[in-house]
Ligand binder design. Structure first.
Ligand SMILES: Nc1ncnc2c1ncn2[C@@H]1O[C@H](COP(=O)(O)OP(=O)(O)OP(=O)(O)O)[C@@H](O)[C@H]1O
Ligand SMILES: [Mg+2]
Length: 741
């Protein structure tokens, strides 16, 4: 997992942007419930009246409220209100004000003359209590004086009485009522003040519907903007996350590809081709998916969750225990699920590997399968792998599917509980309906964030396995490496290959395949290697381009140990025709040109002619443009061999290596090819492996291999006399007359 972070380095700025955007998105999500609560509490329930400060008030009411204000409060209010009096106003002002406040025609009004938020807030605290008290008095009438010893005469307005009291008396009276008021929830007082103001505005004739819809539209508009901002962030995050994840996947694929290119057979044996393919496709896709989730969910959920918790703690509704219980329930559920599912997730990638392996083998061996009529057997093999994968996949999916309804159940139980408990609290005046609704939304957000994180935890094990599998490939250092300080070929020698007491053992094998091999291959000469199958011929020449490193002795090319030069320099010198010919999909021209990009069509024809390939190329109608299928499947064995010889020729190397490259040719073509080759390769070193004596009779040097050891070196004639093994091979292939020659 830490390794993954290293790969993320190139995307650091995108990551920062993602983080910032997610933060903004979370903030927008967290802000919405608060606005919704305002719409319900103020917009709907309080007719859009936001605070206790009257926008306009009759002068008679103003006087009533003033009775319950301290002197300093009174002067504070006085400076912020403008008295609208018919006599004092100009005619035009008067008509304008009357349109807005029709009651001005009957009585002077006071109008709020400030919009400064701090000032309004100060006025709000001043007005709250008087408005509450006045409302109470109006509801209860003379009963308000109960317990104060004051007897209100019949038919006398309580306010007239209070107006005649001294400030001390009023203070004494309101303090007794204040003590009982203080125990009331703040909500009740503010709600009472809105009731007071609504009544007052109605009397004055202020457009209440206008205030209400104005408020709702304003808050709704803000909510809409916030939502749009959140949506924009979300889209941007999605965009960036997809880019980063896809970019990282691309980098990983590239790295794996480059690494695998440097692999020798030792590493291929370790990983198997099928597994390498799964690793560079399926595993990388897993990582890519994980990253997108990480960016969109794992980063997001904690911000949302923590933000939600902060909001809940700050809110008036004290139902946090419901959320805590729900989160516990979810964690338990996910925990149980993880314990069951994680082991299965680990298996899945291995099973995918297996399906790929079986599939690959079947596909590449289809001909053999048909020839032996073993389709049923192979089907069974595939079925087993396929079924295994299906079973595990289904198991996991069932668990994940189960998750959804259980989550919904928990969610719904939480909602019901909140409504249930919240209803009592609303009834008691502790919270308002809007707050309860907001609480529900925050609860939802918190639970959701836990849910998202736990979902990721379910996905994580599988992705971690994938990350590990990818890293395994990336961390594998190829056995064959370039030296730190490579030497250059610069001597006069061109194309000399020297085996000095070389021995070789395949990795994990028990015995040496080659023992004490010592001989020199000289430029301008043809050296042949002959020996029974399995005697180690291919192994021997595979050491020259460093497909493997010798395990004993040393191998020199142009006087320098092959391990002391770069693989690139070394292989530049070598034209290699493998025993198992391999062509690439494309055309004949593209295949020959593979060795030398600059070759013109004329050159290509020359090489093809030397390789005796021109005839069949011309016969095929399209000439050099003839299409070659993958692996050269649309060509015959001999045609493929000749094309790969032409490809080696196109490189004009110093050392030619032909590993049994004439085996599929008929004798006439074989002879013609060798004649042409001799002309073409006169200064170069030629190494020919063959089973045919006739191919090598004229060679300058023949090396006879038997069980990995040299049992004879020399020319044809000498070997016939001195080497038992060679004589046996010769006798089996040549007539008496030929032998006698
Ligand atoms: N990759 C490998 N891992 C382990 N052993 C191998 C590997 N390749 C070849 N061998 C073993 O090395 C020995 C020599 O194989 P090699 O391919 O060199 O024979 P050869 O002389 O080229 O045979 P042929 O004439 O059939 O091509 C064989 O016994 C073979 O089992
Ligand atoms: Mg071989």
């Amino acid at each position: 997992m830490l390794k993954l972070i290293k790969h993320l380095k190139p995307f650091i700025w995108s990551l920062v942007a993602i983080f910032a955007l997610l933060f903004v998105q979370a903030m927008t999500d967290l802000a919405l419930p608060g606005y919704m609560a305002n719409i319900v509490n103020i917009g709907i329930q309080a007719n859009g009246i936001e605070n206790a400060v009257p926008e306009a008030i009759r002068s008679s009411e103003y006087d009533k409220l003033a009775l319950f204000m301290s002197e300093s409060d009174k002067s504070e209010v006085g400076t912020e209100y403008l008295k609208l009096d018919r006599q004092a106003l100009s005619e035009s002002d008067y008509t304008r004000y009357v349109a807005e406040y029709p009651y001005l025609a009957n009585e002077p009004l006071y109008k709020l003359n400030t919009s400064d938020a701090a000032e309004v807030e100060k006025l709000n605290t001043i007005f709250l209590m008087p408005e509450f008290i006045v409302t109470m008095i109006e509801q209860k009438g003379s009963a308000i004086f109960e317990g104060t010893g004051i007897v209100v005469p019949e038919g006398i307005d309580p306010f007239t009485l209070i107006a005649q009291m001294t400030p001390e008396q009023i203070a004494a009276m309101s303090s007794t009522s204040n003590t009982s008021i203080a125990s009331l929830p703040a909500n009740i007082i503010s709600q009472t003040s809105t009731v007071y103001l609504t009544k007052e505005y109605k009397v004055i004739g202020i457009d209440l519907v206008g205030i209400q819809s104005g408020y709702i539209l304003r808050v709704g508009g803000v909510m809409l903007l916030i939502t749009l901002l959140g949506a924009a962030c979300s889209v941007a995050v999605g965009f960036l996350a997809a880019r980063v994840a896809a970019g990282l996947a691309r980098n990983l694929r590239k790295q794996i590809f480059e690494r695998v290119e440097a692999f020798s057979n030792t590493e291929f044996d370790r990983f198997s081709t099928a597994s390498l393919i799964t690793r560079s496709t399926n595993d990388i896709t897993q990582v890519q998916m994980l990253l997108v989730m990480l960016f969109r969910i794992v980063f997001y959920a904690p911000i949302l969750g923590i933000g939600g918790i902060i909001k809940v703690i700050g809110s008036e509704a004290s139902m946090s225990w419901i959320i805590a219980a729900a989160v516990m329930a979810i964690l338990t559920m996910i925990g149980v699920m993880l314990i069951i599912a994680i082991p299965k997730f680990k298996i899945i990638q291995k099973l995918v590997d297996k399906v790929n392996l079986v599939m690959r083998e079947i596909l590449s061996g289809l001909m053999v399968i048909r020839a032996f009529n073993t389709q049923k057997h192979e089907e069974k093999k595939f079925d087993v792998a396929n079924q295994d994968l299906t079973r595990v996949n289904l198991f996991i999916n069932r668990i994940v599917v189960l998750l959804m309804p259980m989550m919904m159940l928990i969610m719904n139980v939480v909602m019901i509980t909140i409504v249930w408990v919240g209803a009592y609290q609303v009834d008691a005046g502790k919270v308002q309906v809007g707050d309860m609704m907001a609480f529900m939304q925050y609860a939802m957000q918190i639970i959701m964030s836990f849910l998202m994180v736990s979902m990721v935890f379910i996905m994580l094990p599988r992705a971690i396995v994938s990350v590990q599998r990818i890293n395994e490939v990336l961390d594998t250092e190829p056995v064959i490496r370039d030296p730190k300080e490579p030497q250059q070929f610069k001597g006069a020698l061109k194309g000399q290959v020297e085996f000095k007491n070389v021995s070789f053992r395949y990795p994990n094998a028990e015995d040496d395949v080659l023992k004490n091999i010592t001989f020199t291959v000289k430029p301008g000469q043809t050296t042949a290697i002959i020996g029974s199958t399995g005697s180690g011929k291919t192994t021997l020449i595979d050491l020259i381009p460093r497909f493997f490193d010798v395990t004993g002795g040393s191998l020199l090319v142009d006087g320098i140990d092959v391990r002391k030069v770069t693989q690139h320099d070394l292989r530049e010198k070598i034209g290699y025709v493998a025993q198992k010919t391999l062509l690439f999909s494309g055309t004949i021209a593209s295949n020959i040109r593979y060795a030398n990009e600059k070759a013109t069509d004329k050159d290509l024809e020359k090489f093809a002619a030397t390789a005796q390939a021109l005839d069949f190329i011309k016969d095929s109608g399209k000439g050099l443009k003839t299409v070659v299928a993958q692996g050269g499947a649309n060509l015959s064995g001999g045609q493929k061999q000749r094309l790969s010889i032409a490809r080696a020729l196109a490189k004009s190397p110093e050392v030619y290596i032909f590993d049994d490259s004439f085996s599929s040719l008929d004798y006439t073509t074989d002879a013609a090819l060798r004649r042409a080759l001799r002309r073409e390769t006169n200064n170069a070193t030629v190494l020919i492996i063959t089973q045919r004596i006739s191919t090598i009779i004229g060679s300058d040097q023949i090396v006879v291999l038997d069980h990995g050891e040299i049992v004879g070196i020399g020319k044809h004639k000498e070997l016939l006399e001195s080497c038992e093994v060679y004589r046996e091979i010769a006798q089996s292939q040549l007539t008496k007359e030929e032998l006698a020659q």
